[in-house]
Design a protein around this ligand. Structure first.
Ligand code: B12
Ligand code: SF4
Length: 495
């Protein structure tokens, strides 16, 4: 069977830069090795028509996060327009939580949750001309409604899943770069997370369970990556939760002399409690840790059910600084922020010597507890805006002032003034030759990179400053026509 798997283009309102390779599609392709599969990454190659005409697929699948939904729907409509006989499918986070958003004639099947097994079964049955309603974890679009198949909880040994079919995206590899320009690959070493943060859908996708691969299997995969790949991003929700496993992973990477720049997600409490683990990972190539600091206020951390504390966050930041591990602290900006809150956040960033923080806007993503509790307060219901950069909830400041504060926060955080100040204080501390001298700011960007960031960031800042003018606030028709479904109407992936 000829199968085309599509990563949709970024929506025109999206702010963040393009990420890495479409790991979900590489995994799906590896689940059906006996079929002819192609991957079209429309973030890079927009010529869908040409690919459809050349490859003549019998099955087309598209993946979609919530912010991709409007574009993904357009893609599938175009496919069906060309040939109604092509079977179409959608999967990914959004499909898992709100499958009813794909009830339209262009879609044939919606995949719920992890699809490593269900996709293989689906393709097998299609090939044999059998009814696909026997396949688990599907919502089939029939006669304008969803027909759910038997749900089956994910209980797969991750080591038994074949490595992702990366050869299918090799043609794009030069475009998959990390923030410092290295060629990257994504590697999944675990799925799910045992924590229960209210704003996060990761734990919901896996029904609250945490699955891990053995360090041996992960290291085998790392070793299989070509020399052209310098950097590896762990596409996990919580890479280091099992500390013993993480220690073993670090040991094996060193033993097998694998030299890649590694970047991972980690919780602050794990970093604070296990500095020895971070040290060992650093020796193994850990170059960058993304840390969910989320807030500088205790009450907000507990509101988000983060099960961490400001003290823990501070300790983690201290560990990373002492061990000289590059990091990005993630903060959540609440749409209810007043000017003072923005200022307090900036002061915390400065006091903690954070040089590459990321600020995202609190967004009720489908599937999260927040979505259920905040649904009625949404002021933007166009999915394209669920990219964590737009405020889809009401802002306390005027919307113009809110985005100005966001731009201001980024501008001050990444300012030349901060750069030179910290450089100067490093030099001063060095010249004093103090015995307890702290290492320099490891996450401080080089001057050249900071200049590039300013050049790239300038148009983005302008766009953000003006975004309030074009936002589809409630009461107006969203441009994309793909709007939020109510949580009560939403069947869960595993009812
Ligand atoms: C790594 C990662 C990234 C990477 C790249 C991911 C990629 N592959 O391109 C980067 C850093 C670039 C990224 C960016 C973003 N991300 Co992200 N990311 C993740 C993370 C941690 C892992 C994703 C992953 O690769 N998992 C491993 C693969 C194998 O699993 P999978 O993606 O679930 O795919 C399986 C199934 O879903 C299914 N499936 C998926 N697609 C399809 C398609 C078909 C046809 C079929 C049959 C099946 C199927 O089969 C796959 C194999 O079992 C997830 C968390 C999570 N648990 O999903 C968040 C997550 C997906 N990201 C999220 C968000 C919000 C974003 C951003 C908007 C953040 C931002 N502002 O930059 C952007 C969106 C970019 C975009 N336009 O799509 C949210 C999405 C929530 C939502 N409802 O939209 C998640 C769930 C995290 C969260 N906060 O809850 N992300
Ligand atoms: S935010 Fe992080 S710690 Fe919290 S549930 Fe999601 S992945 Fe786990």
């Amino acid at each position: 069977m000829r199968i085309l798997l599509i990563k949709p283009a970024l929506s025109p309102v999206f702010f963040a830069p393009m990420g890495g390779d479409p790991l979900e599609l590489e995994y799906l392709a590896s689940a059906v090795p006996d079929h002819s599969v192609e991957i079209l990454d429309m973030r890079i190659d927009g010529n869908l028509q040409a690919r459809l005409e050349k490859f003549r697929p019998q099955l087309v699948g598209v993946t979609a996060n919530t912010c991709d939904v409007p574009v993904a729907r357009e893609v599938i409509r175009e496919v069906k327009k060309l040939d109604r006989g092509i079977v179409t499918a959608v999967g990914g986070t959004h499909a898992t939580f709100l499958p009813e958003d794909f009830v339209e004639p262009a879609f044939d099947a919606v995949f719920l949750g992890m699809a490593d097994i269900s996709f293989k079964d689906f393709v097998g049955r299609l090939e044999e001309g059998k009814d696909t309603s026997e396949v688990n974890n599907l919502a089939l679009v029939r006669d304008g409604r969803l027909q759910f198949t038997e749900p089956k909880p994910f209980d797969v040994d991750l080591d038994s899943i074949p490595f992702p079919a990366r050869h299918l995206t090799d043609k794009y590899r030069g475009k998959y770069r990390d923030l410092t320009g290295n060629w990257t690959a994504q590697v999944m070493s675990s799925r799910g997370c045992p924590f229960r943060c209210t704003f996060c859908s990761c734990w919901k996708i896996m029904d609250g369970k945490y699955f891990t691969r053995s360090p041996e299997s992960v290291v085998d995969e790392l070793a299989s990556l070509g020399d052209n790949i310098d950097s590896v991003q762990f596409a996990d929700d919580n890479t280091l939760h099992n500390v013993e496993r993480a220690h073993r992973l670090a040991r094996l990477i060193k033993e097998r002399k694998i030299r890649k720049k590694l970047s991972m997600y980690a919780r602050a409490d794990t970093i604070a409690r296990h500095p020895d683990l971070i040290e060992s990972l650093k020796e193994a190539g850990l170059a960058y840790l993304t840390v969910g600091v989320e807030s500088f206020r205790e009450d907000k951390l507990s509101e988000l059910n983060k099960r961490s504390s400001v003290e823990m966050n501070n300790e983690a930041i201290g560990v990373l600084r002492r061990l000289e591990v590059g990091n990005s602290a993630h903060f959540i900006v609440n749409p209810g922020f007043a000017k003072d809150d923005f200022q307090a956040l900036f002061r915390y960033v400065c006091a903690s010597d954070l040089f590459q923080p990321t600020f995202t806007v609190l967004t009720p993503l489908p599937g999260t507890d927040l979505y259920r509790s905040m649904y009625d307060r949404l002021v933007i219901k166009d999915y394209a805006y669920f990219d964590l950069a737009h405020a889809v909830l009401p802002t306390r400041l005027s919307r113009k002032a809110f985005y100005e504060q966001m731009v201001h926060l980024y501008a001050r955080t990444y300012s030349f003034r901060r750069y030179f100040r910290s450089l100067f204080s490093d030099l001063r501390s060095r010249s004093k030759k103090r015995g307890d001298m702290l290492p320099g700011r490891v996450d401080r960007l080089s001057f050249i990179k900071l200049c590039i960031l300013h050049v790239v960031g300038f148009p983005l800042a302008l766009k953000m400053r003006r975004v309030y003018k074009t936002e589809p606030l409630m009461g107006e028709m969203p441009a994309s026509g793909a709007t939020v479904s109510s949580p009560s109407a939403a069947p869960t992936a595993h009812p």
